[in-house]
Design a protein around this ligand. Structure first.
Ligand code: HEC
Length: 231
């Protein structure tokens, strides 16, 4: 009984091969001008729009669509909207190619971190940094940067205190790079935060550090006297 089954099976295989034809002439040398019967079409044929082809579906007759307002082309950086001249109604100007190796994009000169700001530091700039810090960083690092944000109560461990001496001593470029790429358990914020905004956050971080743990000798003389008179 089994023997008949095998014979029938073999015949079926031969019949399918003969009918369907060789799909790949690497294995079967027989060639035919007719297309093979496709038992498994493997998504070879798909209804789709080709680039630069016409289409009856859209009113303008073109298959290619214009990008939506505000689209950032792949490989371009985000412009901080607060610095954009004349940006309105979602009109958007990309900041140019991202991932450039310069200081503005990386916080580095070659392999070493740089210090200083590649943008003008104004009170508006620092205020923007404060707003962005409170949105993006305070949840972990706390509004004062002490590492006591609410996420600590929900399992984020060993959050860095941003006003301690180790981080005060870091060059601005290293702080920028930490925001951009993350550090150990801290994720990267480069993809979410525009380049100018990352620098603004660094500027605000410096303001936070200056606002805490100041040594008496670092204060202006008038304030030193005022504090001493209170003691
Ligand atoms: C989800 C929580 C979380 C958020 C949000 C977060 N951080 Fe962190 N951050 C951490 C943790 C945790 C560490 C400690 C990482 C480690 O183990 O070195 C850290 C470390 C740091 C350090 C020290 C890096 C070093 O070299 O030691 C800096 C600076 C820093 N964060 C800045 C920021 C800034 C600025 C933001 C906002 C753009 C931010 N972080 C957002 C969790 C967070």
């Amino acid at each position: 009984m089994l023997r008949y089954f095998f014979i029938a099976f073999l015949l079926a295989v031969v019949a399918i091969l003969a009918l369907a034809g060789p799909r790949d002439s690497k294995f079967f040398s027989a060639k035919s001008a007719r297309p093979p019967i496709e038992i498994f079409p493997d998504m070879d044929h798909q209804p789709k729009f080709q680039p630069q082809h016409p289409s009856g579906f859209f009113a303008d007759g073109r298959a290619g669509r214009q990008p939506v307002d505000g689209t950032v082309p792949l490989g371009y950086g985000l412009h901080g909207s607060f610095l954009q001249a004349g940006a309105k109604n979602g009109a958007f100007e990309p900041a140019g190619f991202a991932n450039q190796p310069d200081y503005f994009n990386t916080g580095k000169f070659g392999d070493s971190y740089g210090d200083g700001f590649p943008l003008e530091v104004s009170s508006k700039f620092v205020a923007r940094g404060q707003e962005r810090f409170n949105i993006n960083c305070a949840v972990c690092h706390g509004k004062a940067g002490l590492g006591n944000g609410v996420a600590g109560q929900y399992g984020v461990a060993a959050i860095a205190n941003l006003v301690d001496d180790r981080i005060r001593a870091m060059p601005d470029g290293q702080l920028f790079s930490t925001i951009t790429n993350g550090k150990n358990t801290m994720g990267a914020y480069g993809p979410q935060i525009a380049i100018e905004d990352r620098w603004a956050i660094v500027a605000y971080l410096r303001a936070l550090q200056k606002s805490q743990g100041v040594k008496l000798a670092e204060l202006p003389e008038a304030q030193q006297k005022e504090l001493q008179s209170k003691q």
